[in-house]
Ligand binder design. Structure first.
Ligand code: PHE
Length: 357
């Protein structure tokens, strides 16, 4: 049986090729040359038909045996090569996470105190179950005023020193939003109660002096549910201030006031001890229970639902927390100021790790 001798030699040769393959790629070439459609073992199978019938069976079995053993050798070699490749990757891609952070250009950049304050507040409110809502800076008159229960001729429109756009082709007059309260409307039109959102962002009023800039930042909060009351509002404010200023106690005062979109309404004052003015109060924002007309304007039944809203000046909060005396510096783009008062890009505010460490 000359064929049997040939097969043994062939098997030896193929096994040598397999163990000689130094990469997965080389091994794949061997596999194709052996078991592929035109491979050497497959070619032998095709010669079966030309053999005398009495030799066919034995030869077929022998070739099949070779095929099985070669195939096993291929699998084994593949597993070895794969394990080696993984070892190599693990060795070369090792990262020592205990090394200090390399100070590249990223560490040169600074987070603006206003961005920092927004991040911190978002973190605090996320912990209380609020999500972040957004609205555009360019707002419709309807969202900024009318739906907030401020009709066309209401004096509040003058109070706010609004920047108006020229009327568009439909005669509609857009505004630069004068407060983030417009996001209350957008949220209530889109979402059914219960609602619990904050909306930080830029607002604009034609007003400029030491403590006023034509663009500044507010953070709005809105909670609508069936049993939400003033007590919840006050607790939420206190919790937020304690977390934000990173102190155990905050002296806060709600001073009766008026906003068309809340009833009752109050101004939020903070004791100014923190900034070295004992006995004085600092106005930090407005708040109140959402006016039934506002709920109705947004398709929410005021007989069933009620809730609170507040809006606060983020820049003022940042001034108080970080001890920044002049609001105008915030927006002057002075790199020295930013280097001094800015925050590291690498520090993410978190309640567990410290808000502004
Ligand atoms: N929008 C008001 C302002 O900008 C603040 C406010 C918000 C008051 C929500 C009450 C409720 O002055």
């Amino acid at each position: 049986m000359t064929n049997a001798v040939d097969l043994t030699a062939l098997e030896e040769e193929l096994k040598a090729d397999i163990s000689g393959a130094q990469s997965l790629h080389a091994l794949e070439d061997v596999r194709v040359a052996t078991l592929g459609k035109k491979g050497r073992v497959s070619a032998l199978m095709q010669t079966l038909g030309k053999l005398p019938p009495d030799e066919r069976k034995a030869f077929g079995q022998s070739v099949n045996g070779v095929k099985t053993r070669v195939s096993e050798a291929l699998d084994a070699r593949k597993a070895t090569l794969e394990a080696a490749a993984l070892e190599l990757r693990l060795a070369t891609e090792r990262a020592d996470v205990t090394l200090p952070v390399r100070l590249g250009p990223e560490a040169e950049g600074r987070i603006h105190p206003v961005s920092q304050a927004m991040e911190e507040l978002a973190e605090i409110f996320a912990d209380m179950g609020f999500s972040v809502a957004e609205g555009p800076d360019i707002e419709t008159d309807d969202n900024n005023f009318t739906k907030l229960n401020i009709p066309e001729e209401h004096p509040a429109r003058q109070d706010q020193d609004t920047f108006y756009f020229h009327p568009n082709s439909d005669g509609e007059r857009l505004v630069l939003r004068t407060h983030t309260s417009s996001v209350q409307i957008r949220t209530m039109l889109r979402q059914k109660p219960p609602i619990r959102i904050i909306a930080p962002g830029r607002v604009y009023r034609s007003d400029s002096d030491q403590t006023h800039t034509p663009m500044f930042h507010q953070i709005e909060a809105l909670v609508i549910d069936e049993e939400t009351h003033m007590g919840h509002l006050k607790w939420t404010l206190e919790e937020m201030f304690r977390a934000f200023f990173e102190v155990d106690e905050v002296t806060m005062r709600l001073r009766s006031s008026f906003f068309p979109f809340t009833e009752p309404s109050a101004e939020i004052d903070l004791a100014a001890d923190v900034i070295g003015k004992p006995g004085q109060w600092l106005e930090i924002g407005g708040c109140g229970m959402v006016h039934p007309n506002v709920l109705r304007n947004c398709g929410i039944d005021p007989e069933r639902y009620q809730g609170f809203a507040f809006g606060m000046g983020i820049d003022r909060m940042a001034m108080l927390k970080y001890g920044l005396p002049d609001l105008r510096d915030f927006f002057s783009g002075d790199m020295r100021w930013l280097k001094h008062y800015g925050f590291s890009v690498l520090d993410m505010p978190s309640l567990a790790g410290g808000l502004s460490s």
